[in-house]
Design a protein around this ligand. Structure first.
Ligand code: AR6
Length: 172
């Protein structure tokens, strides 16, 4: 297994990493799930900065400060809402990982934590999302030498288990 990738159970807002990724919506103005938790932990200054960004299209990513979070940066990305699989959901989810990692690279981020994008409120099938996430991370790490650690933070046991079994299966 690639030693720069770690899968853990936990709360992403507690991670002592350079950047955490937020599974946001196109408004970038907060919401429920991990988005709500990140805004609560970061404090109101995060929302103020997000307002200035004017939203973010699905599949893209934007970066802000982390304010009261242990992380210096928050990378906001917008996952696709699952609509059955024929609306480019797979490619849009892959783009979330690709664009977030590219943004991290440009900001000299060494350690980054991801949640399981789109698999909560946006209902993307878990096993399918996990494989896309791992494939994109693997491809990125194959050419990147600046990121030292990518942590996938699983808030739910079922998500943790899905990542662990996909890792084995994919021979990561
Ligand atoms: N740390 C890590 N993961 C978490 C945390 C946490 N503190 N809290 C929840 N999760 P979701 P989505 C997990 O719904 O499907 C928001 O309202 C959760 O268990 O947060 O991309 C946005 O504003 C699940 O595995 O994100 C959007 O409108 C994963 O995070 C919409 O939800 C993603 O679940 C985005 O939906």
């Amino acid at each position: 297994m690639e030693d720069r990738l770690e899968i853990i159970e936990g709360d992403i807002t507690r991670q002592k990493v350079d950047a955490i990724v937020n599974a946001a919506n196109t408004s970038l103005l907060g919401g429920g799930g991990v988005d709500g938790a990140i805004h609560r932990a970061a404090g109101p200054a995060l929302l103020e900065e997000c307002r200035k960004l004017g939203g973010c299209p699905t599949g893209e990513a934007r970066i802000t400060g982390g304010y009261n979070l242990p992380a210096k940066w928050v990378i906001h990305t917008v996952g696709p809402v699952w609509r059955g699989g024929n609306r480019a959901e797979d490619e849009l989810l892959a783009k979330c990982y690709r664009n977030s990692l590219a943004l991290a690279e440009r900001h000299s981020v060494k350690t980054i934590a991801f949640p399981s994008i789109s698999t909560g409120a946006y209902r993307f099938p878990l096993e399918r999302a996990v494989r896309i996430a791992l494939r994109e991370i693997k491809n990125f790490l194959a050419h990147n030498r600046t990121l030292e650690k990518i942590v996938i933070v699983c808030f739910e046991k079922r998500v943790y288990k899905a990542y662990k079994s996909a890792l084995e299966e994919m021979g990561f």
